[in-house]
Design a protein. Structure first.
Lengths: 303, 329
């Protein structure tokens, strides 16, 4: 927490990998300042190549979305809603009837003009029931001691099945001509740093501790506490985004969000695609048996 | 507040227009609550990732379907003593299933030289892993089955050894038929059990479509190779009949925005054209005795609809609204 200094879990050395403790990220947009230091630190530490510099026109977000070469992505939401109890609009400084200036000529002048800018650093969710891990046919994607989901780059043969199996659209295959092209990439939860007792690069660098790294249990408690705090401060639409009720069964990198998940491009009810296997295979087996029977009938009765 | 510099002036004009009309035409920054209408989700960005697969994958679905179901037809032909048909069908199974299919699959990999990693693990919860094993086992049955059948047909060895060859050919051909039915149908499971809305909403239909299209395509190729038998004609009628029923199923079982990629855009047209070619049109041509044309129509339809289903995945996966809508089901 801010003010904890070197006592913060973001700054302390740890032995979570050795102790097999489930860890997580708690990302809190209410204190994020949109500096994108997490994006930069992630790229620097993990040697993630740049994937082009395109002006998107979407607020200050020219990163776009998570992908093979973007493992942290700071979203910039511009919403016509108040942020907490903040006072917006002209704040009574100008009176449209008698005040100075040209504003008096404008029709339908709203004195209250609610507006908020929300920043949220998106990342791989490291699902409890991970679609990419289940789908991977090479065993390249594994679960680590700390509960995170890791792609072993040297094993991945780039089949692309994890890409369509992730309910959050996180993992992607890296296109040519980037370094290590052809393989699937996503956030590693800085597994290499964690093995040495270090905090993931994005959390370490976050200047406001909007990204907090720590034990999953602690973070969940902290997230619930933070939501209460914000609600008391007038953030009525603050909620945790941690889909524990769906087949994903919770995520290791969960978020506090203001408003609906859809506005952040987060699926409201993500499902791990393995739940569809039963009905699909039943249909496949029925078709298989029907094909054999029909072929035998064809040869037996139509000769 | 006012400035005389041209850009500032222009900005003031835009602001005034935005206040008055609520909208400013032309391209600009997409500000929620601002003068430009907002896009669904987060600036219209995809929520799930569309498939990265290219042309090799639909062609593989097509080849795998032909190969797998050829082995089924070969088994039927062996049981009812159509040795010539069985030989051609096994050649088709071996070439399409043991050579062309693996080549297409390897070509589609991001790192083709690591293709053997597919057989590092066996994961029944991954349709891709099951598919890799099914394809391998199919090849491991179809190739020896073909060799044994050919040696037996040419009577190269003395009687006792030939008897042994006959038994071996039977076992391998039946084995390839079992794995063949799975090879033709698992591809439906492969795309049905994903996070792409238009795919997973039709996960029951897809294996039926892919499997039956495989059976009809195998029969069609054999007919085009000169085997105009009543049995193959019956299989052609059956496959086209099932495909026509699936066409009706698809047009009744609609899910609004969630699967609109099947009914709209270019992807929707590919699905429709494919289904008409291998459904109603193939039946009509067969009724009028135009067997080669019916076979061609079915093959073309089977290929176009495979391409269509991958195109549907790309459109549906890029559409954030389809993901949000699908989660209500």
């Amino acid at each position: 927490m801010i003010g904890e200094g070197i006592q913060s879990t973001n700054q302390r050395k740890h032995s979570y990998v050795r102790d097999r403790v489930e860890v997580g990220f708690f990302t809190d947009p209410s204190v994020c300042i949109g500096c994108k230091a997490c994006e930069v630190a992630c790229k620097e530490w993990n040697h993630v190549p740049d994937d082009g510099f395109i002006w998107s026109g979407n607020s200050y977000d020219n990163t776009g979305h998570l992908g093979a070469s973007t493992w942290r992505h700071v979203m910039f939401l511009e919403q016509d809603r108040p942020k907490g109890k903040q006072i917006t609009g002209l704040m009574g400084l100008l009176n449209p009837q008698s005040g100075p200036g040209r504003t008096g000529n404008l029709p339908d002048l709203r004195l209250e003009d609610p507006f908020r800018w929300v920043f949220l650093s998106d990342v791989c969710k490291h699902c409890e029931e991970a679609g990419c891990l289940e789908a991977c046919p090479t065993g390249s994607i594994v679960r680590t001691e700390v509960g995170s989901v890791l792609v072993q780059n040297d094993v991945c043969n780039g089949c692309g099945y994890c890409v369509v199996s992730c309910p959050f659209g996180v993992i992607d295959r890296r296109p040519e001509p980037l370094a290590d092209a052809g393989g699937a990439f996503k956030c590693t939860f800085c597994y290499d740093r964690q093995k040495s007792g270090l905090v993931p690069a994005c959390a370490k660098v976050c200047p406001t501790e909007s990204i907090v790294f720590g034990r999953l249990d602690d973070l969940r408690a902290r997230g619930a506490e933070r939501v209460q705090q914000l609600k008391q401060s007038g953030y009525n639409d603050a909620q945790l985004y941690d889909p524990t009720e769906t087949s994903v069964r919770g995520i290791h990198a969960f978020f506090l969000i203001l408003g609906e998940p859809e506005a952040y491009g987060l699926p409201p009810k993500p499902q791990v695609p393995t739940i569809y296997l039963k009905s699909a295979w039943a249909s496949a087996f029925a078709t298989a048996i029907a094909s054999i029977i029909v072929t035998l009938v064809a040869f037996a009765f139509f000769s | 507040m006012t400035s005389n510099s041209p850009p500032e002036k222009r900005l003031e004009e835009l602001r005034e227009q935005a206040w008055k009309d609520g909208v400013v035409p032309g391209k600009g920054v997409n500000v929620a609550g601002g003068p430009i209408p907002r896009k669904p989700g987060y600036y219209g960005q995809p929520v799930v990732k569309p498939p990265v697969w290219t042309w090799q994958v639909p062609l593989y679905f097509f080849m795998g379907g032909i190969a797998g179901m050829s082995a089924v037809i070969a088994s039927g032909a062996v049981i009812f003593h159509y040795v010539d048909l069985a030989r051609v069908a096994m050649w088709l199974a071996a070439i399409a299933g043991a050579i062309l299919s693996p080549i297409l699959l390897i070509m589609d990999l991001g790192r083709p030289r690591l293709f053997l990693n597919m057989l590092r693990v066996f994961k029944h919860r991954s349709a891709m892993s099951m598919g890799a094993w099914i394809l391998s086992l199919f090849g491991a049955c179809a190739v020896p089955g073909l060799i044994a059948l050919e040696l037996h047909a040419h009577q190269i060895f003395p009687a006792t050894l030939d008897q042994l060859l006959r038994v071996a050919a039977g076992i391998f051909i039946f084995g390839s038929a079992i794995f063949g039915t799975l090879l033709a149908t698992y591809t439906g499971v492969l795309i049905g059990a994903t996070a792409i809305p238009a795919w997973f909403l039709h996960r029951t239909l897809l294996p039926i479509h892919f499997g039956t299209a495989g059976l009809g395509s195998a029969a069609a190729v054999l007919e085009l190779l000169g085997h105009r038998t009543p049995a193959l004609n019956f299989l052609g009628f059956y496959a086209a009949g099932v495909e026509s029923a699936l066409l009706i199923w698809l047009s009744v079982d609609k899910h609004g925005a969630a699967d609109r990629a099947i009914h709209e855009h270019g992807s929707g047209w590919l699905i429709r054209i494919g289904e008409v070619l291998n459904g109603p049109l193939a039946i009509v041509l067969r009724v009028f005795g135009q067997v080669p044309l019916a076979a061609l129509s079915f093959l073309l339809g089977a290929l176009v609809s495979r391409v269509g289903w991958i195109a549907v995945g790309k459109v549906s996966g890029s559409d954030p609204e389809s993901v949000f809508a699908a989660e209500r089901y």
